[in-house]
Design a protein around this ligand. Structure first.
Ligand code: ADP
Ligand code: MG
Length: 884
């Protein structure tokens, strides 16, 4: 932690003055002040950081008012930096921007970047398989204006939507690392409940409102892109989106300085072309994350990730979260998959060639940041070299999808060749230490290299000559950093050392000397070596700049490769797991024959998953699924939702046959979701989510409801479930799967032909039950809960008692007071007979004739017209008192 330069700890040293003037401009950030191999922090920054990072707080003198300081070594910055960011800090990185050798006195320093969670680009921190988005948003009155950038890839998109819910779902899909917003909005977030909830755990960056001002924002963007308008990007008229984008870019310009060259275009996100999946749906379907958190295993993404490039892995994730809704777009992808499935071995060779493509998007980002090293450029070169082979393979397939992409990956031969010619095969990581440029590329470099390699021979010769001349057999010529070249003579021969040897260093058993001849040689060689390194660095930078010119094209090629990779993964899965191509059309059919759950199927031993079918259309769009616990209801309805989702991504699906009319949104709701983490009443959450469905679903949506209504008391829950389903049949008529343990719900099918009942087959055998996992038409009349409890290991006595209670319950239900008439006293005398018992039996539980029936009757027959207001009020109070 000792720096090479700078004075003591006094505030008046030049270095401290430099520090303080820097800190003046970065008051809110932690300032990493580069000193040699460390980033040093001082004063409060040092105190705060030492606490967060658990590193020592020191000072360089023992004075009482010494300046506190703490430092992190440059090479461990990627372990420390994320921890500061996680603790909600922003870090300003101040580098030495001048070579220490050129400095007279103090080295020039400059803050080169301000790092926050949304602006880290280091792959080791953010991972290669997902994006790291920084989102910006404005609330223009109605809805939201959005913009987002992934600095590590240069992806920059905008969107606006007058439907706040849809826009918020979009924010949540991006799961941003940081959110930039106008100061006024940040202050008033409480007024925007739903929005606040999705960005609750996100790192917020308020910026002055004027940055988001329409004119300023537009100017920020057009100046960056060097365009007159935003017409060319198709967002000229997206007012709110442009405001968000301008504010975001402004923030990045301030914090990333001039490293934004890889942000070459602005893309309006085509919200209308994609299916919107709200957060609850994504969670329930476990697309990228497990329902209860945890690792990726068991998610759809994990199960589907057979891409072979990082580019493809990120694109797959994007496709799964943003399924298409246009029949044409979907079919185009399907044709790509089909062509590869049909092509046999071509698929394998394509995937093999794709493996040779490195993360082009992130390499472009590093080139524009000026941080790309020799290895990055070499990776760029070999990736570009692989492109013609990819084009050759997919170009031969006679498929429109590929033809479109081939155009984008064409035309990099020259750049690839130039990189190949310039760089050695595997360049080292440091860019200023030589060894990067190929022999024979540059004559001057070759000459310099020869000079320094001649040096090695010269040394060998010199050592030999000196040994003979002075007659010391153990004389050695060596090199060290401090003294340069030296001659070493062991003490045993000290008396034979010639007079012109100049002593430089004394070791335990030897002395080291130099000679004028050796010194002169050293100057020549070292100089040659240094000049060679400088020359190499120069050539390297030229190459990097040349590559920089191609960034926009390389980004387009990267996109094409990513898409080809995902299609290849779909084809691979289709072939490997026996998937079929679904018919996707504009009908309102949802028909799947022998479908399988894509994830669970892979977790079970082969052949153990029981396939199930479904058949919905506008005549019968709704199915109520009952069946005992553990029968497979939840699995079945999620399976249907997943297959529909997959069909919209262009993937093939695990089924014997499928026909799916496009769906505009999939809604899934799981009753009484265990949402303790969000700190809300689970039932409240369940109802909010259900309200969201009823308000936003259309006839084209797919609704998947799992035990909705479970989070409250039986009567409440059942009534709600009933009313919700009825509403769906009457107003929405969307294709709906409702799994429920309320058997009463099956009676809905009696009231409307739109609803059909399904149940899961169960076999009873010797007092055991066997789940057949097979869906059949009809309703269950038994729930087998006690059987399941027994399987689960509930003690025998409890099971026995539960059976007794059940027998009573089935005979007698609930008494007028809502008390369980079914739980008789444990002693043999039974009071349930007689008049009382008969009354109870008359009040058997039934949806239409429940325990409150007498009150309803009373209410119906009450002569309200004949009552005074006060009488009416009293009557109301009395009725309420009687309520069960
Ligand atoms: P329910 O919602 O009816 O209580 P689940 O869908 O949770 O039942 O399924 C219970 C268990 O049965 C799950 O662990 C699942 O792995 C298994 N299962 C469900 N469907 C099938 C199937 N079609 N084939 C094989 N196993 C299944
Ligand atoms: Mg279930």
């Amino acid at each position: 932690m000792v720096s090479k330069q700078g004075g003591g700890d006094s505030l008046s040293t030049p270095m401290m003055r430099q520090y303080l003037s820097m800190k003046e401009r970065y008051r809110d950030e932690i300032l990493f002040f580069r000193m040699g191999d460390f980033y040093e922090m001082f004063f409060d920054d040092a105190r705060v950081a030492s606490e967060i990072l658990g590193i020592a707080l020191t000072s360089r003198s023992k004075d009482r008012d010494a300046i506190p300081m703490a430092g992190v070594p440059i090479r461990s910055v990627d372990t420390y930096l994320p921890r500061l960011l996680k603790a909600g800090k922003r870090v300003a990185i101040c580098e030495q921007v001048q070579d220490a050798r050129d400095a007279r006195g103090l080295v020039d320093r400059e803050v080169v970047r301000v790092v926050s969670p949304g602006t880290i680009t280091d792959e080791r921190i953010i991972g290669e398989k997902s994006n790291n988005f920084i989102v910006s948003l404005v609330v223009p009155g109605k809805g939201l204006g959005l913009a987002w950038i992934d600095l590590s890839t240069g992806e920059f998109q905008v969107w606006e939507d007058a439907r706040t819910g849809a826009a918020i779902a979009e924010v949540s899909r991006l799961s941003p690392a940081e959110c930039v917003l106008p100061e006024s909005l940040a202050r008033g977030l409480d007024e925007h409940h739903a929005l606040r909830e999705v960005i609750d755990n996100v790192f917020l960056t308020p910026m002055p409102d004027w940055c988001f001002d329409a004119d300023t924002a537009r100017r920020t963007l057009t100046e960056h892109f060097g365009t007159r308008t935003l017409e060319g990007f198709g967002c000229e008229h997206m007012n709110a989106a442009v405001r968000a984008a301008g504010g975001l870019l402004h923030y990045l310009q301030e914090t990333q300085k001039n490293a934004l060259g890889h942000i070459t275009r602005l893309r309006p996100h085509s919200g209308a072309a994609h299916m919107l999946l709200d957060p609850a749906t994504r969670r329930a379907l476990e697309i990228t994350e497990k329902f209860r958190g945890g690792d990726r295993e068991g998610t759809l993404l994990h199960c589907f990730d057979r891409t072979v490039t990082a580019l493809g892995a990120r694109r797959l994730r994007d496709w799964l979260l943003k399924p298409l809704v246009g029949v044409g777009d979907i079919r185009s992808r399907q044709e790509g998959v089909q062509a590869l499935v049909d092509s046999g071995a071509t698929l394998d060779s394509l995937r093999e060639v794709l493996r040779g493509v490195h993360d082009l998007e992130r390499i472009c980002a590093r080139i524009s940041y000026g941080s790309a090293n020799g290895r990055d450029l070499a990776a760029l070169g070999t990736s570009l070299e692989a492109l013609p082979a990819i084009a050759g393979i997919v170009g031969g397939l006679d498929c429109h999808f590929f033809a479109e992409r081939v155009a984008a990956i064409d035309g990099f031969e020259e750049l690839a060749a130039r990189i190949g010619r310039t760089l050695v095969d595997s360049p080292p990581i440091p860019v200023r230490e030589g060894g990067i440029i190929r022999d024979g590329f540059d004559a001057e470099l070759d000459a310099l290299r020869e000079l320094s390699s001649e040096g090695t021979q010269w040394i060998a010769r010199y050592q030999q000559e000196e040994t003979e001349r002075v007659g010391i057999p153990s004389l050695k010529v060596g090199f060290n950093r401090v003294f340069g070249y030296y001659i070493e003579v062991t003490n045993a021969h000290a008396d034979r050392v010639p007079a012109h040897y100049i002593r430089k260093q004394t070791l335990k058993n030897a002395e080291r000397y130099i000679t004028p001849e050796l010194k002169e040689f050293e100057n020549r060689v070292l100089h040659a070596r240094e000049t060679a390194m400088e020359r190499e660095y120069g050539i390297f930078c030229e190459l990097r700049d040349a590559a920089g010119e191609h960034i926009p094209d390389v980004q387009l090629a990267a996109r094409a490769v990513a898409e080809i990779d995902v299609i290849a993964a779909f084809a691979f899965l289709g072939r490997d797991r026996g998937y079929t191509r679904p018919i996707v059309d504009d009908s309102d059919v949802l028909s799947i024959e022998d479908g399988r759950h894509p994830v669970i199927e892979t977790l079970l031993p082969s052949g153990e998953f029981v396939p199930n079918s479904i058949d919905l259309d506008s005549e019968r769009p709704i199915v109520v699924i009952t069946g005992p616990n553990m029968a497979g209801k939840s699995t079945y309805i999620r399976q249907v939702a997943l297959l529909v989702l997959l069909a919209h991504t262009g993937s093939f699906v695990p089924a014997a046959r499928a026909r799916i009319g496009v769906v505009d949104r999939i809604f899934t709701r799981v009753g009484a979701a265990d949402d303790i983490a969000r700190g809300q009443s689970t039932f409240m959450v369940e109802m909010q989510e259900t309200a969201n469905i009823l308000n936003n679903a259309t006839r084209r949506s797919l609704l998947v409801l799992d035990e909705v209504g479970r989070g409250t008391s039986t009567f409440d829950g059942l009534s709600l479930a009933w009313a919700i389903t009825e509403h769906i049949t009457e107003s929405l008529r969307a294709r709906t799967l409702f799994a429920t343990h309320y058997q009463e719900l099956t009676e809905l099918a009696l009231t409307t032909p739109l609803v059909r009942n399904c149940t899961f087959q169960v076999k009873e055998w010797n007092d055991e039950i066997v789940f057949l996992r097979k869906v059949v038409d009809g309703a269950t009349d038994k729930s087998y809960g006690i059987h399941v409890a027994r399987l689960a290991g509930i003690p025998r006595g409890v099971i026995q008692r539960a059976r007794e209670v059940l027998a009573r319950l089935e005979a007698q239900a609930i008494d007028v007071h809502g008390r369980p008439a079914f739980a008789p006293p444990r002693e043999p005398e039974d009071e349930a007979d007689g008049e009382d018992g008969a009354r109870r039996r008359a009040l058997q539980l039934d949806l239409f004739q429940n325990a409150n029936e007498p009150i309803l009757q009373a209410l119906k027959s009450a002569d309200i017209d004949a009552m005074t207001p006060l009488e009416a009020l009293n009557y109301l109070a009395e009725l309420r008192r009687k309520l069960v």
